[in-house]
Design a protein. Structure first.
Length: 252
């Protein structure tokens, strides 16, 4: 009985082994290709063929390797430094342009040298000169102006005579404009020396007659080395004393 049982076990195991082998062989069987798969594969192979050699063997195309374009990236620190430098350059440029515009078209600072404009102005007073007003308009009588005496020197005086007028100062120090007495009280004292204005002084279409408020201590239009002041030589109108601070204020 034992031998029979053993034989049955052997037969059973052999049968199972055959069954497993059959399953394995079935799993290994290749899948059946369809006509579409074969056609697609043929097209792919044909696309890869560039030409044929003398023996008729296909020469496959060389596949081009795509070069990856790596973008050069700047480090955040470098980018920030560049931005800061550009901002600084732009800022400096704007400041320079503003300063240039102000000094050439709006106004400028000037310093009094001497006492010819006492008591209105004192020696060493720092003044703000308005250029813009005379860009759009003409100087007026009694304006205190800065004008070019020569290339390196400017004077500050008060306008008395206007273009086209005739100015004369009599022996008593009275000022006449076109034969009429000029009423003004800017002079510190009565004029003692009328200079060339002792006779009529004719002003051209762009000329002005100027005097210092300190009439007896001023080099002005009464003297030939200054004479009539041309419109183009007038720099601007004195509007403000900016220093010393205790005397800060508008100039009249």
């Amino acid at each position: 009985m034992k031998k029979k049982k053993n034989a049955d076990v052997v037969e059973t195991e052999a049968a199972e082994a055959v069954t497993e082998e059959t399953k394995t062989s079935e799993d290994k069987k290749p899948e059946t290709e369809t006509a579409e798969d074969i056609e697609k594969k043929a097209e792919e192979e044909a696309a890869e063929i560039e030409a044929y050699d003398a023996e008729g063997n296909p020469i496959l195309k060389k596949k081009k390797k795509r070069k990856s374009k790596k973008k050069k990236t700047q480090k955040p620190e470098e980018v920030n430094i560049v931005k800061e430098l550009l901002s600084l350059i732009i800022y400096i440029g704007i400041v320079v342009l503003i300063c240039y515009f102000i000094l050439n078209f709006v106004g400028c600072r000037s310093k009094v040298d001497g006492s010819s404009m006492n008591p209105t102005l004192e020696d060493k007073d720092n003044l703000w000169v308005d250029k813009l007003s005379y860009t759009f308009g003409d100087p007026k009588r009694f304006d205190v102006v800065i004008f070019n005496y020569d290339e390196n020197t400017t004077y500050v005086k008060r306008i008395i005579g206007l273009p086209g007028e005739t100015v004369r100062i009599d022996q008593n120090g009275n000022i006449y404009i076109n034969g009429k007495l000029l009423k003004e009280n800017y002079g510190k004292e009565t004029i003692l020396n009328n200079g060339r204005a002792g006779s009529d002084v004719y002003l051209g279409s762009d000329e002005y007659f100027v005097l210092g408020d300190n009439r007896n201590n001023s080099i002005d239009s009464r003297w030939s080395d200054v004479g009539n002041v041309s419109r183009e030589d007038i720099v601007g109108k004195v509007v403000l004393r900016i220093y010393p601070f205790k005397s800060f204020g508008l100039i009249k």
